[in-house]
Design a protein around this ligand. Structure first.
Ligand SMILES: Nc1ncnc2c1ncn2[C@@H]1O[C@H](COP(=O)(O)OP(=O)(O)O)[C@@H](O)[C@H]1O
Ligand SMILES: [Mg+2]
Length: 247
């Protein structure tokens, strides 16, 4: 499974692999991730064990390069891992085809990114409706649903505006509405306030807390302590390991 012979799980860890998945929504056991850099393996995530229950609000902290985005991308089935196991809602996330991964993502997960990732030539409503477009929902219904979600994030009046006409905070609200429109059970946000001033950051985090209050599990990557303080639990990554976990 691992592309490099370098990593050999200890017998101790195999016991973990054999235990049946529990009730955690997210369950990582002995997860390792390598990138290849200049023809050599770079060991980015090291033996991660992690449980996150449905409904949790979790911050992932750590310095730049500590593996936060890599971990979030694995949790979001955007990237594969090299050793260990990842169960999402008791389903083993491993060796999935791109089509199966896309299906799971669209059914379970909403994403929010630092750079908003809005389509510049589409209006706010069209951007929010995009996931429904891929699900084959008819245009009229897509638009009506998008308006409901824009209202939810306080942007109904901006539905027909292009991203270039919106402030950073408004763009992130559009992105959050887009993440919510497919009714995900898990929202993953990678430095969602990284491009925003502190007052706007606080508003976006209030919105993220509201999302969580509706029962959606939310994981936020941040390197800002005051943002992490608004979460209910903080996981710290250091050199690819979860701090406080056994080495
Ligand atoms: N696609 C990639 N190819 C090679 N190396 C990568 C890739 N993505 C990330 N890395 C490296 O992996 C490490 C962790 O990166 P990342 O997960 O983005 O960290 P963080 O989000 O905590 O800043 C860094 O050393 C980074 O340079
Ligand atoms: Mg990152």
């Amino acid at each position: 499974m691992a592309p490099y012979a370098l990593y050999i799980p200890s017998p101790d860890r195999y016991r973990f692999f054999l235990s049946p998945p529990g009730t955690s929504m997210i369950r990582l056991r002995g997860v390792n991730k390598f990138y290849e850099v200049g023809g050599r393996p770079l060991h980015v995530l090291k033996d991660l064990d992690l449980d996150i229950a449905e409904g949790e609000l979790v911050a992932i902290m750590g310095s730049s390069g500590s593996g936060k985005s890599t971990l979030l991308n694995i949790l979001g089935i955007l990237d594969a891992y090299d050793a260990g196991s990842y169960h999402l809602d008791s389903q083993l996330i491993q060796h999935l085809s791109e089509a199966d991964a896309a299906r799971l993502r669209s059914r379970f997960i909403g994403f929010v990114f630092q750079s908003f990732n809005l389509l510049a030539t589409k209006t706010a409503a069209e951007n929010v409706a995009l996931p429904l477009y891929y699900q084959g929902v008819p245009r009229r219904q897509r638009h009506a649903t998008a308006l409901r979600y824009l209202e939810k994030v306080g942007l109904l009046d901006w539905a027909e505006h292009l991203p270039s006409e919106l402030s950073g905070g408004q763009k992130q609200r559009v992105a959050i509405a887009r993440a919510l429109i497919s009714q995900p059970r898990l929202v993953l946000a990678d430095e969602p306030t990284g491009a925003l001033d502190s007052a706007t950051s606080r508003e976006i985090m209030d919105l993220i807390q509201q999302v969580n209050a509706e029962g959606i599990t939310v994981i936020v990557v941040t390197h800002e302590q005051d943002i992490a303080a608004m979460m209910r639990r903080t996981i710290r990554l250091k050199d690819g390991r979860i701090e406080g976990a056994a080495p």
